[in-house]
Design a protein around this ligand. Structure first.
Ligand SMILES: NC(=O)c1ccc[n+]([C@@H]2O[C@H](COP(=O)([O-])OP(=O)(O)OC[C@H]3O[C@@H](n4cnc5c(N)ncnc54)[C@H](O)[C@@H]3O)[C@@H](O)[C@H]2O)c1
Length: 340
């Protein structure tokens, strides 16, 4: 009897919020995991508990640059590549928009090439932002979107759209087995406190006794998916054996106003803070709710964790983490080098 081959997964963006939670789940399955990250928004702290894990390795690399030779030339065969590399929150991805766009386009192209070289299955983490400010509700995969291609969010939205295009071009050219997840708002432990997103903002402000800042009138809606549910959806999408030739929405269809979210955070933290309002940022979507009927049918997936349960776990995380540790400055990325 030959020895069973070890399953190796590469998680690009594995030091980030979703990537580090995914890494834990892959290791729990008995897989070996290579995390490739430039630590732009990812944090070593998210992976510190794996310091002594022999099946885990970190490569400090930027996907806009040629990939480390260790990945391309030799070493173990990689069976699965999850591409989560890209800052996900507006203040972070807008800090260097050129780098964000190239992370999505050039980075996805490089990782698709790597997947082809290894014969690995490739999963692209796309986003509900490909729908822009949607004119249909809820958003189905068949909706082509309403994106401003020249606005300040375009580096992310259009970058992710181009990354989807590249991924499906690879499929059409029969260069690999690919999957695309359109991820809707996800929250949970290991989010950065300074990422400017409504859940982390509301929790950190409430815990510090500050008023919660809401943008616009607070009537815009979001649908929040707890990170464990998202990781489960990503795993199912990667592992299902009957390839579905389209992107799949992953998110929680329970839609609430951000004002309602703030009220829940105040209740669950017991904070006595109030709420202050600021103008809505440019191109901020007004409504967001995924139609997840494809994920339910194809993957047998739907979120299980209620918003109150997920918020309690996230509040516990932020209460335990020193604020400074959650807010270490972003690593500076200089100008982007031209493609090699
Ligand atoms: N969190 C959400 O609500 C959400 C929603 C939609 C889509 N997504 C997508 O899921 C993925 C993970 O999101 P997240 O919330 O964990 O964000 P995150 O910022 O915590 O993680 C992104 C990771 O990618 C790394 N990274 C960024 N640019 C890189 C580059 N050029 N080379 C190598 N590594 C790079 C960062 O350092 C970080 O570790 C992203 O692709 C994001 O677009 C997330």
């Amino acid at each position: 009897m030959g020895q069973q081959q070890e399953t190796v997964a590469l998680v690009a963006g594995g030091a980030g919020f979703i990537g580090s939670n995914l890494t834990d789940a892959l290791l729990a399955r008995g897989w070996r995991v290579l995390c490739l990250d430039n630590f732009l928004t990812g944090r070593y702290d998210n992976l510190r508990h794996l310091e002594r894990e022999p099946r885990f390795d970190i490569l400090d690399a930027d996907v806009t640059e040629p990939l480390p030779p260790r990945l391309t030339r030799s070493g173990r065969r990689i069976s699965y590549i999850f591409n989560l590399a890209c800052a996900a929150s507006p203040p972070h991805y807008q800090a260097n928009p050129e780098h964000t766009l190239l992370t999505n386009v050039l980075g996805t192209w490089r990782l698709l090439g790597l997947a082809q070289a290894h014969g690995a299955r490739f999963l692209q983490a796309s986003t509900s932002e490909v729908y822009g400010d949607p004119e249909t509700h809820p958003q189905r995969e068949s909706y082509w979107g309403h994106v401003n291609p020249t606005g300040p969010r375009a580096c992310y939205d259009e970058g992710k759209r181009a990354a989807e295009t590249l991924t499906f071009d690879f499929l059409r050219a029969q260069r690999g087995d690919v999957r695309v997840a359109r991820i809707f708002n996800t929250y949970g432990p290991r989010m950065r406190a300074d990422d400017g997103r409504v859940v982390s903002n509301a929790i950190t402000q409430a815990l510090s006794g500050d008023d919660i800042t809401l943008y616009g009138g607070g009537e815009q809606t979001r649908s929040f998916c707890y990170v464990d549910d998202m990781v489960d959806g990503l795993m199912r999408l990667m592992l299902h054996e009957d390839p579905y030739r389209g992107a799949i929405n992953l998110g929680n269809p329970e839609e609430i106003t951000v004002q309602n979210l703030a009220a829940r955070v105040l209740r669950l933290t017991g904070a006595r803070s109030g709420v202050t309002f600021r103008p809505l940022p440019i191109d901020d979507p007004r409504r967001r709710r995924p139609d997840i009927s494809v994920a339910e049918k194809v993957l047998g997936w739907r979120p299980r964790v209620s918003l109150d349960t997920g918020l309690k776990r996230t509040i516990a995380h932020f209460s335990g983490v020193a604020r400074e540790a959650a807010m270490i400055p972003l690593k500076r990325r200089g100008s982007v080098k031209p493609p090699a």
